[in-house]
Design a protein around this ligand. Structure first.
Ligand code: SAH
Ligand code: SF4
Length: 342
């Protein structure tokens, strides 16, 4: 048995044709699954009883179980979902003027082990399936209820999206398909730690916005923070970014987590300005969010501002997420900070 929320339009079309049905039925079903969010096959009232029965022999529809929802004083809501095998993942709803963004997890855990990241420290369980990605959007809208609907999606929660490439690509297709969720391409952003071949593939096969977690300006520092840099060093990563087709989009988002005495000096800022020269980008500076057991520290506000000023003076568009400190629960604030001001 398979969850219908695991099917792309192309896969659904194949199934419908195998069942001897007309192709337009696939469009109708796709709409029921991803637009009208049918909770079960029998909710699809304009699909014949006979076809519904045939579908029920191989398919079902199921959401994920939301175990907990936590609201922060800044309006952010983090929710915890339990998957069929008992794995648990987090998603975050972030309200901003005129939009409601959902930060989606793409893996249970993450194998890449970045030293400043809580997800990375906890190790990797598995890739999320298409239905588990989709269900985060559906759960978020259920949590919001009368209070609105998700308008933007960032793949910036737990996990490395490009290491779950196939399901993530299908997810972006379902999200941006007018017959499905119908999000515009500009409202879906994928954040990667720098899987260079995945960036290249994504540029060729998708149209979503790209964010890259750079976090350092030399291979030495990046190697020490993000083990993936040993596989795809800065030269390879920058090459992939320079080649990324923007397809009408204005920029790539560069994320830079500022860590006290590690990557936050004026020299770093100047090197960053040089490294990014010629790439249409917006830089999101994120002061490190401390978590229990981490050896790193968040820089004071003054060095953060000074870092930002160097970049601004060099002509870059920058966003700084200043600390709201203790009033935000750490993990939630962490996810919130990741996303801020894309
Ligand atoms: N794996 C992907 C997407 C998830 S991580 C990636 O690395 O891009 C999303 C963002 O959170 C990254 O930019 C990462 O640098 C940032 N991040 C991780 N831990 C953080 C922390 N403790 N404080 C601030 N930002 C953090
Ligand atoms: Fe994984 Fe991203 Fe965390 Fe690195 S920063 S461990 S790639 S989730």
């Amino acid at each position: 048995m398979k969850n219908l929320r695991d099917l792309t339009y192309a896969e659904l079309l194949d199934i419908i044709q195998e069942l001897g049905e007309k192709p337009y039925r696939a469009e109708q079903l796709f709409g029921w699954i991803y637009k009208k969010l049918a909770p079960q096959i029998d909710s699809m009232t304009d699909i014949s009883k006979a076809l519904r029965e045939k579908l029920k022999e191989g398919f079902y529809i199921a959401g994920s179980k939301v175990l907990d929802v936590k609201a922060s004083p800044d309006g952010t809501q983090k929710f915890l979902s339990e998957l069929e095998d008992g794995s648990r993942i987090e998603s975050v709803i972030i309200p901003e003027t005129g939009r409601l963004t959902l930060c989606v997890s793409t893996q249970a855990g993450c194998a890449l082990g970045c030293k400043f990241c809580m997800t990375g420290k906890d190790g990797f369980t598995r890739n999320l399936t298409l239905s588990e990605l989709v269900n985060q959007v559906i759960s978020a809208n259920e949590i919001l209820g009368e209070n609105g609907r998700i308008t933007n999606i960032v793949l910036m929660g737990m996990g490395e999206p490009l290491n779950n490439y196939d399901n993530v690509l299908k997810f972006t297709q379902v999200l941006t398909d007018g017959k499905g969720f119908g999000f515009s391409h500009n409202r879906v952003t994928l954040s990667t730690s720098g899987v260079a071949p995945g960036i290249k593939r994504l540029g060729a096969e998708s149209n979503v916005s790209l964010a890259v977690s750079l976090n350092a300006t030399t291979d030495e520092v990046r190697d020490s923070l993000m083990p993936i840099n040993k596989k795809y060093p800065l030269s390879k990563l920058m090459e992939a970014l320079r080649a990324y087709p923007l397809k009408g989009k204005r920029h790539i988002t560069i994320e830079y987590v500022l860590i006290k005495d590690v990557n936050d000096t004026i020299a770093d800022a100047k090197r960053l300005a040089g490294l990014l020269r010629g790439i249409p980008c917006k830089i999101n500076l994120i002061p490190f969010n401390p978590f229990p057991g981490s050896k790193f520290k968040r820089p004071e506000n003054a060095p953060v501002m000074a870092f930002g000023k160097v970049l601004r003076d060099a002509g870059y568009m920058i966003m700084i997420r200043m600390s709201k400190g203790a009033e935000i629960e750490a993990a939630c604030g962490q996810l919130r900070a990741r996303y801020d001001s894309l």
